[in-house]
Write a protein that binds this ligand. Structure first.
Ligand SMILES: O=C(O)C(=O)C[C@H](O)[C@H](O)COP(=O)(O)O
Length: 212
């Protein structure tokens, strides 16, 4: 397969925290907590107005790779990349957003929930998709079934994943990384519970078998 965006270019590690910040001033202490817990990458969603500023703050660090999540429009993709996002994640497959990221040379991971959407990603030259919402769609068993015909595709399952099931996903060769919010939930961030976030991050990595 040619012109496929290789998963080796995606700097997300094996466990990717998906975070929602209401206040960009929380970005740095959150970054400290995630690094303390052992992580190297974070996906900041654009669900809140503070998202872009949080991306800019985290992009200035040299100990974390920051990407943008919940990117729905070309404008959001361009702004996130301008703020320093090193990768872009979308909940579904949006061809114009994919093209904007490709033009900018920034890896993009579109959401895919069906075989058709995976084929759309392949047609766009991508071989990594976000499997969303993972638990609700059938979990690791569903990825195993989808991976059979799509031998070159790597999945980042996200949605409803906790310590109880993270290892089931990471055991599959088709799973590149797992996205989750429980270790750095919006409530913990808003409540400035940095020690708790670091602890849960350590727990997540332990449940993932120590993989970062
Ligand atoms: O907003 C988006 O584009 C998303 O990526 C949604 C996230 O996948 C979930 O917020 C993470 O799933 P939970 O671990 O169940 O919270």
């Amino acid at each position: 397969m040619t012109n496929v965006h290789g998963s080796e270019h995606l700097p997300v590690g094996r466990v990717l925290p998906v975070v929602v910040l209401d206040d960009a001033r929380h970005a740095d202490p959150l970054g400290d907590a995630l690094v303390k817990g052992g992580l190297t990458a974070v996906e900041v969603t654009l669900r809140t107005a503070a998202g872009l500023d949080a991306i800019a703050a985290l992009a200035a660090r040299d100990d974390l790779t920051v990407g943008a999540g919940t990117v729905l429009t070309v404008e959001q993709a361009e702004r996130a990349i301008g703020a320093g996002a090193r990768f872009v994640v979308t909940p579904g497959f949006a061809p114009a957003v994919v093209r904007a990221c490709q033009r900018a040379g920034v890896p993009v991971v579109p959401g895919a929930a069906t075989a058709t959407e995976i084929q759309m990603a392949l047609d766009a030259g991508l071989n990594v998709v976000k499997f969303f919402p993972a638990q609700q769609l059938g979990g690791a068993a569903m990825i195993k079934a989808l991976a059979a015909p799509f031998r070159d595709v790597r999945f980042i399952p996200t949605g409803g994943i906790t310590a109880a099931v993270i290892a089931d996903y990471l055991a599959l060769p088709a799973v590149l990384a797992v996205g989750a919010s429980w270790m750095a939930s919006a409530d913990l961030i808003a409540g400035e519970q940095w020690d708790e976030i670091a602890n849960r991050t350590r727990e997540a990595l332990a449940a993932a078998g120590g993989a970062v």
